[in-house]
Design a protein around this ligand. Structure first.
Ligand SMILES: CC(=O)N[C@H]1[C@@H](OP(=O)(O)OP(=O)(O)OC[C@H]2O[C@@H](n3ccc(=O)[nH]c3=O)[C@H](O)[C@@H]2O)O[C@H](CO)[C@@H](O)[C@@H]1O[C@H](C)C(=O)N[C@@H](C)C(=O)N[C@H](CCC(=O)O)C(=O)O
Ligand SMILES: Nc1ncnc2c1ncn2[C@@H]1O[C@H](COP(=O)(O)OP(=O)(O)OP(=O)(O)O)[C@@H](O)[C@H]1O
Length: 508
């Protein structure tokens, strides 16, 4: 791999001040190459960033021991880390999060000036749309990098992701690697936190897609309220060339208004009978019609650029047509043919999202899905009862400990409207007791809805299949997708994934 640019601290300080981020150099001007926020990844000659609520001066000391040539810190941390920093030169900035984003873009050689970077935001469907797009590009023989909540693949590094959108130095490193790997395209999910906390500050996106907005990530450790969440997401349009917007999204008018800051606007929507036409009366640039569900997936027609093309989607859930339309629009912007698009969509598989496992006689259909908030529950359940009419619906899910507490009220309420039986179980309780979370979910279940509490997830899944036996049923294993760990306390022990359990119980 080629070496990274070597940069002088003096030059970086000038760059920061010019960008409106006050900074000063303390110590001798030194050359740095590469940067990191994690002492465990510090390499000789790099710039180490001191930041974060659980930052300890010992991290700085070990980064320097590993060869870090200098460090960047916030004014508020400057005194506390001075001793651990010893004689290493440092940049002290007024806002370390902004500063590290500005420096990272430079340290990794501004790959966004040459790459086609596609950013996808929305409450639900980001990973699905990103995988659809990658599958389409693969069908067109174009290898892409991907960065999102499931995996990170930049052509050199490939691992299970920690955050949906990583910290700026990590992000720019993946973009640099993408370019070094000879790839031209990065498909990335952009989370509301990524936008709010300047992880993507200054990143030039060729395309920014807004899928939808619903209440989520509102808690004392996330967004204070819906407005903070929504406005964080809308910031994506401030840094893109072309905005791709779902006209079916809630608050679509406000999304369109914000999208006007992009140079170009491309829209998509599903044709619904009885739908109120837009105020303008104009049809979206990409329209899906003739949506039909079958056991193998979904088929639909896309109408765009004055033509009609038949598409099939190898996934369940009619709502995935909306994600597919977004992917189609973005693929067309990148110049991919409709034939390759059709091929890519027909073969897409998104791990743990709307995965179908059926019993040999077809009487029991199990869907393993990652749905875990109000918007995705509503969409999933309403689509399942439409697509599998007359079947008994059995749902297995829980709620996480320590965050997104609103889910404990809304998930039983939504599921209670559609399910014949709900089984509450473990779902990453962290520092709370599974028993308490399940009891809270049970207490919020609408009167008259059958529900059970089975704290062990494997036993809960077994009970669901037992209850489905001898019936035409749909068993929904929700919220964990293909995850193979449970967050218990500070540990992440290995467990069987829902998909593995479904295959085991149905002998698939
Ligand atoms: C506000 C924000 O951006 N928080 C992120 C930030 O936390 P932080 O700066 O407070 O860092 P910290 O975890 O306290 O750790 C302190 C620092 O010590 C470093 N460290 C730590 C250990 C060590 O041995 N050596 C060392 O140098 C860490 O790398 C870190 O830089 O840096 C951490 C490491 O990069 C992130 O995990 C953390 O995300 C928080 C915990 C998080 O996960 N937030 C969630 C809510 C989030 O961002 N979710 C979104 C998806 C949800 C959405 O749709 O918005 C996401 O993008 O993932
Ligand atoms: N367009 C959509 N509208 C509503 N719900 C959807 C949509 N697309 C997917 N979902 C539901 O949301 C779940 C998660 O999908 P996906 O992982 O693609 O979303 P995400 O935005 O990446 O989520 P997260 O931010 O939680 O990682 C799916 O399993 C499905 O139940």
């Amino acid at each position: 791999m080629s070496t990274l640019p070597s940069l002088s601290l003096k030059h970086l300080v000038e760059l920061l001040n010019a960008a409106g981020c006050a900074a000063r150099l303390e110590g001798a001007d030194t050359q740095v190459s590469g940067m990191t926020v994690d002492s465990r990844e510090a390499a000789p000659g790099c710039l180490f960033v001191c930041k974060g609520v659980s930052f300890k001066p010992a991290f700085l000391a070990s980064a320097i021991e590993a060869g870090a040539a200098a460090y960047l810190c916030d004014e508020t941390l400057a005194h506390a880390v001075a001793q651990a920093g010893g004689t290493a030169p440092r940049i002290v900035a007024s806002d370390v999060r902004r500063a590290m984003a500005i420096v990272a873009a430079k340290a990794y050689g501004r790959p966004d000036e040459r790459l086609n970077i596609i950013g996808i935001t929305g409450t639900k469907g980001k990973s699905t749309t990103a995988y659809m797009l990658r599958s389409i590009f693969a069908a067109a023989n174009i290898e892409t990098s991907i960065l999102g909540s499931i995996e990170t693949d930049d052509g050199f590094e490939h691992y299970e992701s920690h955050n949906t959108t990583p910290e700026a130095p990590e992000l720019w490193r993946h973009l640099h690697n993408t370019e070094e790997a000879g790839r031209d395209i990065m498909v990335m999910e952009v989370s509301s936190h990524g936008l709010k906390y300047d992880r993507v500050l200054g990143l030039h996106l060729s395309t920014a897609c807004f899928l939808n907005i619903g209440r989520d990530h509102i808690s004392p450790v996330e967004h204070a309220d819906f407005e903070d969440y929504f406005s964080s997401k809308l910031r994506i349009f401030e840094q893109c060339e072309t905005a791709v917007v779902n006209l079916d999204s809630d608050h679509a008018d406000r999304v369109i208004e914000a999208a006007k800051s992009a140079k170009h606007l491309v829209t998509f929507e599903l044709e619904h009978q009885g739908k109120t036409p837009q105020a303008s009366g104009a049809q979206a640039d990409f329209l899906a019609r003739d949506i039909m569900a079958s056991e193998r997936g979904i088929s639909f027609t896309v109408e765009a650029e004055g033509e009609r093309h038949a598409m099939t989607l190898g996934m369940a859930g009619a709502f995935n047509v909306s994600n597919a339309l977004a992917a189609i629009a973005m693929a067309r912007l990148a110049g991919v043919s409709f034939d390759a698009i059709a091929e890519g969509l027909a073969h897409v598989r998104v791990p743990g999202r709307m995965e179908l496992v059926s019993s040999a006689d077809g009487r029991i259909v199990c869907i393993v899905d990652y749905a875990h908030n109000e918007l995705s529950f509503e969409t999933l359940f309403s689509s399942v009862v439409k697509e599998y009419p007359g079947r008994k619906v059995i749902a297995v899910f829980g709620a996480p400990g320590g965050k997104a507490v609103e889910r404990r009220e809304c998930l039983p309420r939504v599921a209670g409207r559609y399910a014949d039986l709900i089984i509450y179980t473990e779902e990453d309780p962290a520092h709370e007791r599974v028993e308490d979370i399940c009891a809270e979910l049970a207490a919020n279940t609408p009167a008259g809805v059958a529900h059970e509490e089975i704290h062990d997830r494997e036993a809960a899944v077994a009970r669901a299949f037992q209850a489905a036996e001898g019936e035409a049923a749909v068993v929904l294993l929700l919220a964990k997708g293909d995850e193979t760990t449970q967050h218990r306390g500070d540990e992440y022990p290995e467990v069987k994934s829902d998909l593995a359990l479904a295959r085991e119980f149905l002998g698939a």
